[in-house]
Design a protein around this ligand. Structure first.
Ligand SMILES: [Zn+2]
Length: 186
């Protein structure tokens, strides 16, 4: 099933026992809400159904819909489930690594070592950064974007931490490299 990847984080419609690749009306999310709700009929491939019943399933983790094809009138069930959000950091050499907010926090904690900065403040900064990244990027984000944002945040929080981070960061690829380098330098 083809979805706008932004949409697939919050829900996708999967016809039961039906290959996902075949269930693919190329509908743009947001263009037509009603169309997005439709899958193609597993029996006759017709793109429209009546939804007979919607209910919460799997302990609130899914929505189950009972559908009736408006063409062949046969009935089938779909489950709408969410996908765990995933974001990959693309380094300058083109390799990818899954985005990990804990690593970001560790890097910032290291940069703020022996500085009068509350951990709570850094947690909040990481949380804001994370939120912004998920809102702006689908699937992948360049490591340079993350590095620049961390620097911007640190500059506001503590100048010394900012300088430490910036000097180390600019030599290396990504935030995740940064923490291992700093560990080695201590
Ligand atoms: Zn049908």
């Amino acid at each position: 099933m083809v979805f706008d990847s932004r949409e697939s984080r919050t829900g996708g419609v999967y016809p039961r026992s039906f290959p996902l690749s075949r269930a693919t009306p190329n509908q743009k999310v947001g263009a037509n809400r009603r169309k997005v709700q439709a899958v193609i009929c597993p029996f006759c491939s017709h793109p429209d159904q009546r939804v007979l019943d919607s209910r919460v399933a799997r302990d609130g983790q899914a929505i189950r819909r009972r559908r009736e094809c408006i063409n062949c009138e046969r009935r089938f069930t779909t489950f709408e489930i969410y996908e765990r959000p995933r974001l990959f950091v693309v380094k300058r050499d083109g390799t990818r690594q899954e985005f990990a907010p804990e690593k970001l926090l560790n890097s910032m904690l290291l940069a703020c070592g022996k500085r009068p900065v509350a951990v709570e403040r850094l947690r909040e900064a990481v949380s804001n950064l994370e939120k912004g990244l998920y809102e702006e990027f689908d699937d992948e984000v360049p490591s340079t974007v993350i590095g620049e944002r961390v620097m911007r945040v640190l500059r506001e929080i503590d100048t010394v931490a900012y300088v430490r981070f910036a000097s180390v960061y600019q030599e290396f690829e990504s935030v995740s490299d940064f923490s291992s380098i700093l560990k080695r330098c201590r």
